[in-house]
Design a protein around this ligand. Structure first.
Ligand SMILES: [Ca+2]
Ligand SMILES: [Ca+2]
Ligand SMILES: [Ca+2]
Ligand SMILES: [Ca+2]
Length: 405
């Protein structure tokens, strides 16, 4: 039973650990545990849920006479309950989270008499950090506004959280809610390009249940406008959708897609009306062997957008240089060891030197002398000649999210 888990707050300990924190293993006195009403968080001073019961539906900055007394708890709400050793939800001490359990079928204890405040949150990461991760980017006067939803020449990012909210990260460390929910209905989100032809970058989303493709026109502020159907169905036959910029050189942004059944790579050219035109075969097969993509924009200085892809079997990272005619030239090896990344992220020019860059979010296999485990953001500054500088571990706050775009 992993009822209680510690949230890592130290830079070197990302990820959940639970082993030492499980509660009392003895069967609860059913009558007492079931005294906790539906919709409440309850706690007892005993290890088996007997005796006087504490119950609340509200955040508590201090616990009064209950300070440092919780021994067993049950969370019959639909939110996470964060338990803090510090008062006022401080994160210097240990932080535990108790999973939503409306039926009250799981219970346990923090294993210590140290809880001094508690808080209800919808996403577990909010127990210890902002709902969105930290993103900083420099103004980039020389780069071409790629990865820039609010058109201020600072590379920005969209992040989806575990509860389906969408956050816009402008690049100054802050985050703005631009989608209040429902975004987990999509199993592909693509950006990097102005598809609607109004000069503002847009988002394309594939609806998992229907295979429909929707265009969410960017408002130029980081927010998205009313969606428009651009694909009536069938898009679930594609394993990957990637925004690549203008691959075929007609000034309109294009999409590439990998077909699940065949491993073929297709180009879907953007059209004058914001829809996608007749597809063109780019690759005859084998593209299912790639399990992460980034449409980074031009990396090698020929003004044509390039594509970065990771080979699943080897962990090698390859660049596919865009070439005249809207195809890709011979791939170039960028490096190996990339299987420790959960996701590649095309971020435009984050450091403002005029060259497109790359970011990656780590998975649990990642380890460096700065961060370990999942949820670290590593930045790779492009050289402008098709290469990247060594990765820079930027922050470990990209944890417990559901994708970045
Ligand atoms: Ca921007
Ligand atoms: Ca195009
Ligand atoms: Ca290029
Ligand atoms: Ca750069």
């Amino acid at each position: 039973m992993s009822l209680l888990k510690r949230l890592a707050t130290a830079a070197t300990a990302l990820g959940l650990t639970s082993a030492a924190l499980l509660g009392a293993g003895a069967a609860p006195a059913q009558a007492a545990i079931s005294d906790c009403p539906s919709g409440y968080f309850c706690a007892w001073k005993t290890d088996n849920g007997t005796g006087t019961m504490y119950k609340t539906q509200a955040n508590a900055s201090t616990l009064g006479t209950w300070d440092n007394t919780f021994r067993s708890v049950v969370n019959r709400t639909n939110k996470f309950v964060c338990l803090y050793d510090d008062p006022n939800h401080g994160t210097d001490g240990d932080v535990y989270s108790v999973y939503p359990d409306p039926s009250g079928s799981e219970w346990g204890g923090p294993g210590s008499n140290s809880v001094s405040s508690l808080k209800f949150v919808v996403a577990e990461r909010e127990c210890a950090m902002d709902p969105y991760p930290v993103w900083h980017a420099a103004e980039a006067p020389k780069a071409a506004g790629f990865g820039d939803l609010d058109a201020n020449r600072t590379a920005d990012v969209l992040v989806r959280d575990k509860v389906g909210r969408l956050w816009f990260l402008p690049g100054n460390g802050s985050g703005k809610l631009v989608g209040s929910g429902g975004w987990n209905a999509f199993n592909a989100l693509v950006r990097h390009g102005d598809f609607s032809r109004d000069g503002k970058e847009d988002v394309i989303a594939r609806e998992a249940s229907t295979g429909k493709l929707w265009l969410y026109p960017g408002a130029g502020t980081g927010s998205l406008g009313a969606r428009k159907l651009i694909g009536t169905g069938g898009w679930n036959v594609m394993s990957r959708l990637v925004g690549v910029g203008d691959l075929n050189g007609d000034t309109r942004s294009d999409l590439v897609a990998v077909e699940k059944s065949s491993g073929k790579l297709w180009l879907y050219p953007g059209t004058t009306t914001g829809t996608l035109g007749a597809r063109v075969l780019l690759g005859n097969g084998g593209w299912n062997g790639m399990n992460a993509f980034a449409g980074t924009g031009d990396l090698n200085g020929d003004s044509r957008p390039d594509l970065v892809a990771r080979e699943a079997s080897t962990g090698k990272l390859w660049t596919y240089p865009g070439k005249a005619g809207g195809t890709f030239g011979t791939r170039v090896l960028l490096g190996s060891g990339w299987n420790v990344m959960d996701q590649l992220l095309a971020v435009g020019d984050y450091d403002g030197d005029g060259h497109h860059d790359l970011a990656a979010i780590t998975n649990s296999s990642y380890s460096s002398n700065v961060f370990r485990g999942d949820g670290a953001l590593i930045l790779y500054s492009g050289t402008g000649t098709g290469k990247f500088q060594a990765g820079f571990p930027e922050t470990d706050s990209w944890w417990q999210l559901n994708g970045a775009f």
